[in-house]
Design a protein around this ligand. Structure first.
Ligand code: 13P
Ligand code: SF4
Length: 377
């Protein structure tokens, strides 16, 4: 029986991982785009090779346009690992900037322009909750070798926990390989925090009958013994941006145009992924549209900024948001306001570092093990 005390945990859990949150000075709040672009370009010219800007595919146009590299979480972690610049400015969310800090050398500094860019899904599996669940599940299955895998969308302390228990990190582009890696070494997987990516990966591997869910918010929920009988235990986390997509949206797109193709992110619900023509990471979505024939229609089931980028980048392809006006932007990604980018760059020109992401040394070492395992699979 689950004995975790939800009320007590809630007081210890927080959405924002860093209390060094620095707000944008008033003088930066109302810059118009022309002035801002000019100031960003001037600052970048002064900083030269000292700075590299990495941007996730979900970032706003005004961030993506200034980025040296734009990509999915996996590509960005590889770029961070290979970066030589003294400063890595991360256009993304906190867990991505943390991973960049873990992967880069100690002399390099990672800056997240706004510290409020916290992914709600990463906040759904706090290390404190996972510790409690782990104790129960491992007690319920004392003879099993359970390997924890955390999605990249998690904080450094959870990545460190996974490494400490023989596990690793994965992204949406390599989750299936991470599961295979884990089943080569153990007999069960605890996958955190995205139940949809976990379920979609289990299906990809033909293991859909081996799934159980662990709901950390439901102390009266399933018996740990029952859950621990399954080979794949999914943490009950999700992304609200992707949960919005439904099968009806796909049916509607196909009713409007029987030739339309549908591509969705694997954070979408199982039935949506099953009904789509293709499912894949944001890089797969970008590549698929880039390789489409002129005149083809592609409905995109992911965050709306990426859909808009694809419309701009590939005007020869008919790119549609899968659920029309109901498609969401990611509130966390949106916190990286271009005014913040202007500010952190101009502060660097003045030799001041703002909004630095610094993972605690003890977490860093272990989290690096979990990330390195992923980079090797
Ligand atoms: P990708 O790794 O596919 O870029 O996804 C990151 C993400 O946060 C999706 O919501
Ligand atoms: Fe997190 Fe969803 Fe935003 Fe991705 S889209 S960063 S999972 S909230």
């Amino acid at each position: 029986m689950v004995t975790m005390e939800t009320a007590e945990l809630e007081t210890d859990l927080s959405l924002f991982k860093y209390d060094s949150l620095e707000q944008l000075p008033a003088s930066y709040r109302d810059l118009d785009e022309a002035e801002r672009t000019d100031r960003i370009e001037t600052a970048l010219a002064e900083l030269g090779d000292d700075v590299v800007i990495l941007g996730h595919n979900y970032q706003r146009r005004e961030i993506v346009e200034h980025a040296d590299f734009v990509g999915d979480s996996y590509q960005l972690s590889k770029e961070a690992a290979e970066a030589d610049a003294e400063y890595v400015i991360f256009g993304g969310v906190t867990f991505m900037a943390e991973s960049a800090d873990i992967i880069t050398d100690d002399e390099q500094t990672v800056i997240l322009p706004s510290m409020e860019a916290s992914c709600p899904m990463a906040g759904m599996a706090e290390a404190l909750q996972v510790d409690a669940a782990w104790a129960e599940i491992t007690d319920a299955a004392p003879d099993a070798n359970i390997i924890p895998i955390t999605y990249m969308n998690s904080y450094a302390d959870l990545k460190a926990f996974c490494a400490s228990q023989g596990g690793l990190v994965c992204t949406s582009s390599n989750a299936h390989r991470a599961f295979e890696w884990a089943f080569d070494r153990g007999d069960k997987v605890l996958f955190l925090p995205d139940k949809h990516l976990g379920e979609n990966t289990a299906h990809r591997l033909g293991m859909e009958d081996a799934i159980a869910e662990w709901d950390p918010w439901d102390p009266e929920g399933k018996d740990a013994t029952e859950v621990a009988e399954s080979d794949i235990i999914l943490w009950d986390g999700y992304c609200q941006v992707h949960e919005r997509f439904r099968e009806e949206h796909i049916e509607q797109v196909r009713a409007d145009d029987p030739d339309a193709n549908v591509i969705v992110h694997p954070e979408c619900r199982r039935e949506v992924v099953e009904a789509a023509d293709v499912a894949g990471s944001t890089a797969t979505i970008c590549d698929t549209v880039a390789n489409a024939e002129p005149g083809e229609t592609w409905a995109i089931g992911t965050e709306i900024h990426l859909t808009r980028h694809l419309q701009r980048w590939h005007p020869e392809v008919n790119v549609l948001p899968l659920c029309g006006d109901a498609c969401m932007d990611c509130n966390a990604m949106r916190q990286i306001d271009p005014n913040y980018l202007t500010w952190v760059l101009e502060e660097l020109v003045a030799s001041r570092e703002r909004n630095v992401i610094e993972v605690a040394p003890d977490e860093k070492e272990l989290a690096q093990v979990a990330l390195d395992r992923m980079l090797e699979i």
